[in-house]
Design a protein around this ligand. Structure first.
Ligand code: HEC
Ligand code: HEC
Ligand code: HEC
Ligand code: HEC
Ligand code: HEC
Ligand code: HEC
Ligand code: HEC
Ligand code: HEC
Length: 505
């Protein structure tokens, strides 16, 4: 009975939304510019408008200058390298992570069979963070088509009816390329004629809905668009989700991309009625150094600001929103860095995998709530590169270090100063490095091979994290010390660490 009722309600809502759409015309973002120039200026620099660009008359797309995407190389090496912009009907993305290209027949150029000389499909170009990661072969065996199934999330006013490309009559259509103002505010035909608050939506919940369900699914519940249209999570969630299923999809050790909503609905933040706008300004970008984040984590979590048992080299989001999701590229050498930040926030401090055994979902059951593993939160930096001077750690070590990360009592547990003395042997000044979990006074002493103190610096106040002291080899009397064996001793609290160094001429 409950199911039947839900079905009826959703049919009513679908019918309602169709009427709603017919009531007003979509007029395009440019029509909003005259009166809302500030919002327009922010939006035009963000990723949303560039989600899809229709190519007219062979003119390449134009992106904000900060979005470094190596656009100049695309036509040289897309597919078999014979393409020109006149062969391209549209570019998908190209703003933040990757670019894919639609040919004049509505298919993705370079899918279904390798067409390049090196046997690789060359159909998706990856560039996250302004680094040239080159081409990969997206869906090498399928002939992918760019229809409503993709662009319901990439354009404004998407519809299964009609077509956006005359050469292929069954693709579906849209009213504006990219995510325009009206994706989030609804059709503006009435509003531009005589603007009032009443004839435009603050939060439009019909950006697109999956008509098979008519809403968003959380567990067994289906949430339908709200006639009062106030639910931001619903709006953002229609596109920033994968397939309305409760588990969070993953593959090859990463959360799949565009699952921010799926992740967020599993968090304490969601339970406490937060929504995407608690942290995001919907008009301002977050990537390419955008300032679209309006609230610091610390504005609500002052205890963790006061105590984080780690150097300043890692911020809240480095550990709590690591790149555990992947759109285009896996980065670094740890195996744990993708290119999309996770919105799970909670870190479960154990060595277990955060994914189910088959790797298809983020684990979420009695044994482990959906959450991050220290593999992604810690090893992404600590094992990124053996030569980066960040101490390498096993997962077991990272877990031990992660425990009680924000507990003041943890301070007493610093086990090692991680003393380094180099170069060794040394012909010039000697560098002495050590790492503190919290700020304290440190003493450095140097003894010669007969055990006599030749140099010391007492109670040097030192900040948390890795610290470096350079000793220019002068003794306490001001003379240069002689070549030979010396012992460097560093003390902090009740910890001491000693290392031998050879000084040469
Ligand atoms: C001719 C000027 C004009 C144009 C064009 C215009 N607006 Fe407005 N808009 C206004 C004014 C004025 C208000 C404030 C009305 C009020 O406060 O009573 C407003 C309010 C809004 C609001 C706030 C609604 C609320 O509930 O608070 C949104 C959202 C909005 N406009 C979006 C748009 C979009 C999207 C477009 C383009 C499709 C657009 N506007 C085009 C003048 C304009
Ligand atoms: C990704 C979705 C999204 C897009 C795209 C978007 N907006 Fe908004 N906009 C919102 C949301 C959500 C709010 C409500 C903010 C709030 O309640 O704090 C909003 C608020 C507004 C307001 C109300 C003023 C205010 O700050 O309270 C105006 C005006 C507006 N948008 C205009 C525009 C215009 C013009 C465009 C296109 C240039 C645009 N928006 C594009 C989501 C969007
Ligand atoms: C349910 C909504 C949805 C569907 C369906 C969808 N996408 Fe996306 N896509 C997104 C969102 C949201 C992002 C950006 C956020 C992210 O990746 O985490 C994105 C990102 C992308 C990007 C990277 C954009 C950039 O600027 O780097 C490409 C390329 C892309 N999608 C292609 C496709 C193709 C091709 C299809 C169809 C086979 C498709 N998408 C279907 C929502 C969707
Ligand atoms: C109609 C679908 C759609 C809706 C609705 C939508 N997004 Fe997006 N969003 C996308 C797609 C697709 C991308 C990738 C754009 C690109 O890379 O060109 C994206 C990218 C982003 C980005 C990264 C790019 C940047 O500018 O920093 C942020 C942040 C974001 N969306 C936040 C939001 C928030 C917050 C909301 C709700 C207020 C929202 N989105 C609503 C589809 C959507
Ligand atoms: C508007 C206030 C607010 C902001 C901003 C905020 N949080 Fe929270 N956060 C909460 C509340 C409320 C809870 C749930 C209650 C609790 O556990 O303290 C929570 C819970 C958490 C938890 C889970 C705690 C647990 O017991 O597992 C983590 C982790 C977290 N937040 C991290 C962050 C990070 C990282 C940021 C910044 C990206 C952030 N929060 C921003 C209010 C906020
Ligand atoms: C070096 C990585 C790291 C940094 C930086 C970090 N955290 Fe954490 N945080 C953790 C770990 C690990 C846990 C889990 C500790 C545990 O369960 O024993 C945690 C737990 C939390 C919790 C859950 C409650 C608690 O105290 O255990 C909150 C809330 C939180 N962090 C917020 C923040 C905020 C806000 C910031 C920035 C000021 C921040 N964290 C910086 C690693 C970090
Ligand atoms: C607790 C704060 C918080 C909430 C709530 C939140 N975000 Fe974010 N979001 C962030 C931060 C912080 C970043 C990263 C900004 C940066 O890299 O500087 C981010 C980044 C993003 C990005 C860019 C992808 C990336 O890898 O950086 C997208 C897309 C996004 N958020 C979408 C959403 C959506 C959709 C929602 C609601 C379902 C949401 N966010 C809720 C804080 C939040
Ligand atoms: C953004 C990169 C980054 C992330 C993420 C990160 N660290 Fe670190 N960590 C560093 C750097 C750099 C140092 C050395 C300098 C310093 O302490 O600031 C360091 C030092 C440490 C040290 C002291 C030196 C040592 O060998 O023991 C510990 C302990 C530590 N990290 C534990 C963790 C744990 C546990 C996590 C995850 C919860 C984590 N780190 C996440 C970059 C990171």
């Amino acid at each position: 009975m409950k199911k039947l009722l839900l079905l009826l309600i959703s049919i009513m809502f679908i019918a309602g939304s169709i009427n709603y759409l017919q009531a007003q015309a979509f007029v395009g973002s440019d029509a909003c510019k005259v009166c809302h120039s500030e919002k327009y200026g922010l939006w035009v620099d963000s990723g949303h408008p560039y989600k899809f660009t229709v190519i007219n008359d062979g003119q390449p797309p134009v992106y904000p200058p900060e979005a470094i995407n190596f656009q100049g190389q695309w036509m040289d090496s897309l597919g078999d390298g014979t393409q020109t912009w006149t062969d391209i009907a549209g570019v998908i993305g190209g703003y933040g992570w990757k670019a894919r290209f639609v040919g004049q027949d509505g298919h993705l150029v370079g899918t279904a069979g390798a067409i390049s000389s090196d046997g690789v499909g060359h159909n998706q170009f990856n560039f996250y963070g302004g680094v040239d990661y080159g081409w990969v072969d997206y869906h090498p065996t399928d002939e992918k088509i760019y229809n409503y199934g993709c662009f319901k999330c990439h354009t404004t006013g998407g519809d299964t009816l009609g077509t956006w490309l005359p050469a292929n009559p069954t693709l579906g259509s849209f009213t504006e390329e990219g995510i325009g103002c009206e994706s989030c505010h609804g059709p503006g035909g009435d509003h531009i004629g005589g603007p009032t608050k009443e004839n435009i939506d603050r939060v439009y919940e019909f950006a697109h809905q999956d008509n098979a369900i008519g809403g968003l699914q959380i567990g067994d519940d289906i949430i339908l668009p709200d006639p009062d249209q106030n639910r931001v999570n619903f709006l953002c969630g229609t596109c920033h989700n994968r397939d309305y299923k409760n588990p969070i999809n993953s593959s090859s050790g990463f959360i799949k991309h565009h699952e921010q909503w799926d992740e967020f609905t599993h968090t304490d933040h969601f339970e406490h009625d937060m929504d995407c706008l608690t942290c995001h300004d919907p008009h301002t970008r977050t990537i390419w150094d955008g300032d679209g984040i309006t609230k610091e984590c610390g504005s609500c979590h002052s205890e963790q600001v006061a105590v984080t048992n780690h150097g300043a080299s890692a911020t809240c989001i480095d550990c709590h929103m690591p790149y555990a999701a992947k759109s285009g590229t896996q980065r670094g050498q740890s195996g744990y860095v993708g290119d999309v930040r996770s919105h799970l926030f909670t870190i479960t401090v154990d060595t277990a995998s955060m994914f189910t055994e088959d790797g298809a979902w983020v684990k979420d059951d009695e044994t482990r709530e959906a959450s991050l593993s220290p593999a992604y939160s810690c090893l992404g930096c600590h094992n990124n590169d053996p030569d980066d001077n960040i101490p390498d750690k096993t997962l077991e070590q990272a877990v031990a270090d992660a425990e009680d990360m924000h507990e003041p009592t943890f301070i007493a547990q610093q086990k090692d100063l991680v003393l380094g003395v180099y170069p060794n042997p040394s012909t010039g000044a000697v560098k002495i490095s050590f790492t503190l979990s919290f700020s304290q006074n440190v003493s450095v002493e140097v003894f010669n091979s007969s055990g006599q103190l030749v140099y010391n610096a007492n109670d040097v106040s030192s900040a948390p994290g890795m610290q470096l002291i350079v000793w220019d080899r002068t003794s306490n009397t001001g003379a240069d010390v002689l070549p030979g064996y010396y012992l460097v001793k560093v003390s902090a609290g009740n910890l001491t660490s000693v290392q031998k160094v050879i000084l040469m001429n």
